[in-house]
Design a protein around this ligand. Sequence first.
Ligand SMILES: *Cc1c(COP(=O)(O)O)cnc(C)c1O
Length: 361
Amino acid sequence: MSRHFNFAAGPAALPLPVLERVADEMSDWNGEGASVMELSHRGKAFEALAAKIEANLRALLAIPEDYAVLFLQGGAAQHFVQIPMNIAGPDASADYVLTGHWSERAERAASQICTTRVAATSAASGYRGLPAADGYDFDPNAAYVHLTPNETIHGVEFHGLPDTGSVPLVADMSSTLLSRPLEVSRYGILYACAQKNIGPSGLVLLIIRRDLLARSPASLPEIFRYDRHAANGSMLNTPPTFAWYVAGLVFDWLRDQGGLAAMAELNQAKSAALYAAIDASGGFYSNPVDPEARSWMNVPFRLHDESLDALFMSEAKAQGLIGLKGHRVVGGMRASLYNAMPMAGAQALIGFMADFARRHG
Ligand SMILES: *Cc1c(COP(=O)(O)O)cnc(C)c1O
């Protein structure tokens, strides 16, 4: 049995050294005589681990002191709702930038909590790019502006941010957080489910500027309040301790790889090589996204003849390349190239694609 190159969009591949360490420590973590998932989150050992993990994340992302880091649950989808509950409320309006499936979902969910307004959208292009630079119409009185920096399904990514003035920017970074350095102070809230680029599912990271915590309404049930989670070290109730621990091992691995600058270099190189191969395939493969907005993380592509899709996937699997089926919303194929995908994996895929095209072109 060998380990495959896994291109799944999420849950996605984790670094092998992380999995091996988890396996090593499975029955006896930290000399406790028990697995980390069998220990109290309120015990000294787990509390020390949680503090160390937060410190490591702060170092990786250079998170300023005026931001709180929360380790939450519910997936990104729960926070589509919980964010307006905390920082908008029923009488407020929030601006949404629509660039694909996930930003649409976020807007629709938030519209049940507050007024939502579409400040910009690239729907007319079929989400093959970003809104034009002059296509943004922000409301200066909005409670926040919501943006999805990387659209995991459409493969559309911002490589620069629109200026939202003094309105806090809220970003769903589920498929891009930790893929490169970023300037945290440009955001009011950064949030991400873990299962793309951070760790196992069940965990959500939410990084919030502390002044926004004061917006949580007292009328909101405590379990939904970000200020209460922050005040309780993300242990208002039992947190997903195992996923938290694995994410911590991923942070250690990232540091050992050279941090986020090294990841950015690798991620850009992997995606550039794959896009170049698609563009050079003479139309056998195609990616519909405006080259300026192409994602480093998720590369959707189609075969010129969709009747070859099933054969493509079964031959790929036989070569140890898995997780290539596109999302049902857009069809075709998708290769996700998160941090844990090495250059050798991208190259194996590119080699297979060229060979497949030669045989079936
Ligand atoms: C995967 C994903 C989500 C949904 O995450 P869940 O944890 O399943 O709720 C939301 N936004 C983006 C950008 C995603 O990639």
